[in-house]
Design a protein around this ligand. Structure first.
Ligand code: ZN
Length: 649
């Protein structure tokens, strides 16, 4: 807390120095000064909140609750500071006479828009209202995150004491469950949790249908158990406050407010974009459902496929159609080999090197550190990797920065970047063997990291600062390399024998790439459309009814739930992706189209295209997203490569 207090005090002094300046507002004394301000607070903020996500405890959570409303208030104190805004506005209004270069012009416009979007143009009484809304909202979002964490990591566990209930599960999954039980002081039993590395294999392989139902329902009902961690009232408050705030700022709704700042520009564009994919995806999912029902019938199952059966039968169909079983792949996908494979890809694309460092401080002994260097040894930045689930770590995977690239006194300050994941742990003598989904996630997060590491811009407001529907392009494109046979041959080696993944298995993996894409695209689109509905449509107070109406209107089939249901949809209710979950699909169009450029050239490591793509990463914030993209590709992105890749066409 003292560090936060000091950061806030210093930041306010910097702002005061700008507003006390007796000289006419200029780019240097106002915009540049503002761009440089808040360095200490940013540093404290990054360190604290990164750790609160990756390695928290009750004390840190309590501190987060205390500091969150303070920070929200502090931000308002700056963005609603009249003297400051008047100076920014003065520069903005004479910007065409100031002989600014293109990037300076962009910084001026960005700052002006930030103030406008934060309510700087509103009368006093409306500004007071806005401050109250922002503070309440930040608290509700934090509450939502805490509830979701407790509901995932603490409030549910499935204890198995009858070995017969483990039938179908691979040995390493059983071993993992036994270790969890040991940690929970339940020796001789097996524990499964709602964390994905525990739940997904259970859904894929456990023959006990009733237990599959039990764990999946536990997952689906997170935040919806009418207990102290229920998120329904938080959702009601969050959507209400966001709607009020949007209207106060002159927008029709929260989605219109958010998307105004993105490549897509309007909710209408987003809806029509998502619906273009919805129909082919749902049709494909129905075919997949029929395939699975056929299998159930052939086995004499005499029941209708349900949500908790999907993974189990998908796995069986995959085996029947492609003779591919996830567990055949895993021995070739040890964590170390995958990390090395990923490093190798960046080396081939950009000539860069990753040097393991053991002399740098880490927040948990499991975290490892690399120094990233150019081919000639020039320092690029530091890259942390934190791979396995822990009680104090949030769900999913993400990339974050402890320090962003910037310039100080003409010298570049290099970035310190981190990826945080929840991958399968090693068990006993067996190293961590990843699922292919986890491999893809690693490549994905490393793509975000490369974006942060390569960023080079003179102003903090624009350097690497891209619209949300651009953010997932640098990450998603990397998933393509993970899958390429040429790349697989370089890293997918058996953890015991060192034998390269057999060609037959690589071919199977390649062929099965389109497998289950109807399901995966449908669940993602359903969540994206649910998010859009939450932030454009009127809400009557019943969360479950709202969600159901939203899904019924789309014709979502009963066997598929949206990828996130409302009561644990942390991306949109606490994670900064509100009216923005669509960006994953938007970026998928961009990444499929961008990777197509490499493919078409006949060389997935084509140095010229790689150099252009590196420029896109380096300069990403310096212009409009679509302009940056066109500069790389030489044309507008097309939706066709994505439809083709997912077998939806
Ligand atoms: Zn991402």
């Amino acid at each position: 807390m003292p560090a936060f207090d000091e950061g806030i005090t210093e930041n306010l002094a910097e702002i005061k120095a700008i507003t006390d300046n007796k000289e006419e507002p200029t780019f240097e004394n106002t915009i540049l000064a503002l761009d440089r301000a808040g360095e200490l607070l940013g540093k404290v903020n990054n360190v604290f909140f990164n750790l609160n996500s990756a390695n928290t405890n009750e004390q840190m959570q309590a501190l987060a609750r205390e500091i969150t409303p303070k920070l929200s208030k502090h931000r308002d104190n700056i963005m609603l500071n009249k003297d400051l805004f008047n100076r920014v506005k003065a520069v903005y209004e004479k910007r065409n006479e100031l002989k600014l270069d293109a990037e300076q012009m962009r910084v001026v416009e960005k700052f002006y828009r930030d103030f406008e979007r934060s309510g700087a143009n509103l009368p006093d009484d409306k500004q007071a209202e806005l401050r109250k809304l922002n503070e309440e909202l930040s608290m509700m979002e934090l509450k939502f995150e805490e509830n979701t964490l407790a509901e995932t990591n603490k409030n549910f566990k499935m204890v198995i004491d009858n070995e017969a209930d483990l039938k179908g599960l691979p040995a390493e999954v059983i071993a993992g469950a036994a270790e969890l039980a040991k940690k929970d002081s339940l020796p001789g039993k097996w524990v499964f949790t709602l964390q994905k590395p525990s739940m997904i294999p259970f859904l894929q392989y456990a023959e006990n249908r009733a237990l599959r139902e039990k764990i999946y329902k536990g997952y689906l009902n997170r935040g919806n158990n009418n207990n102290a961690f229920d998120n329904k009232s938080a959702i009601e408050k969050i959507v209400k406050i966001r709607d009020q705030r949007a209207k106060l700022l002159g927008y029709a709704n929260h989605a219109a407010y958010v998307i105004d700042d993105c490549m897509a520009k309007t909710p209408e564009t987003v809806y029509s974009f998502l619906m273009k994919l919805w129909t082919p995806a749902l049709e494909r999912a129905k075919v997949e459902r029929a395939d699975m029902q056929k299998m159930i019938d052939a086995e004499g199952g005499k029941f209708k496929l349900e949500m908790w059966d999907w993974w189990f039968y998908a796995e069986k169909v995959r085996k029947a159609k492609f003779d591919l079983d996830e567990s055949q792949l895993k021995p070739y996908l040890s964590l170390e080999n995958v990390v090395n494979g990923m490093i190798d890809v960046y080396n081939k694309l950009y000539g860069i090197k990753f040097i393991r460092r053991t002399d740098l401080p880490v927040y948990n002994e499991e975290v490892r550190t690399y120094e990233v260097q150019e081919a000639n040894g020039k320092h690029i930045g530091i890259f942390y990797m934190d791979f396995h689930p822990r009680a104090g770590k949030g769900n999913g995977a993400w990339c974050t920065s402890f320090r962003e690239q910037s310039y100080k006194d003409g010298k570049m300050v290099t970035p310190v970047v981190s990826i945080v994941c929840n991958f399968t742990r090693p068990t006993g003598d067996t190293p961590a063997l990843l699922s292919f989904d986890e491999v893809t996630t690693m490549f994905h997060e490393s793509g975000h990291a490369m974006h942060a590491l390569f960023t080079d811009g003179p102003y903090r407001r624009t350097a690497g600062n891209v619209p949300r529907d651009f953010v997932e392009l640098p990450s998603q494109i990397m998933e393509n390399w993970a899958m390429e046979p040429e790349v697989l041959r370089s890293y997918a080696k058996h953890y015991k024998t060192g034998e390269v993944m057999p060609e037959a298995l690589i071919t199977k993996l390649e062929k099965s790439a389109q497998f289950n894409q109807g399901f995966e695209t449908t669940e993602l689109l359903a969540a994206s459309l649910l998010d859009m509905d939450w932030h454009t449509k009127a809400f009557d107070g019943n969360v479950e009814a709202f969600e159901k109406a939203s899904m019924d209107k789309l014709g979502l089939i009963n066997e598929i739930a949206p990828r996130y249901r409302s009561t644990y949809f942390a991306h949109i209710f606490s994670g900064g992706y509100s009216a923005g979950y669509y960006v994953y699909t938007w970026a998928a169009v961009l990444d499929a189209d961008a990777f197509d450029a490499f493919k078409q050239s006949g060389n997935i490591f084509n140095p010229e295209i790689a150099a252009k793509f590196r420029t896109l990463l380096t300069k990403s914030g310096s212009d409009e997203g679509m302009t940056i993209y066109r500069n790389f590709r030489g044309q507008e992105p097309s939706i066709e490569p994505l439809l083709k890749r997912r077998g939806l066409k």
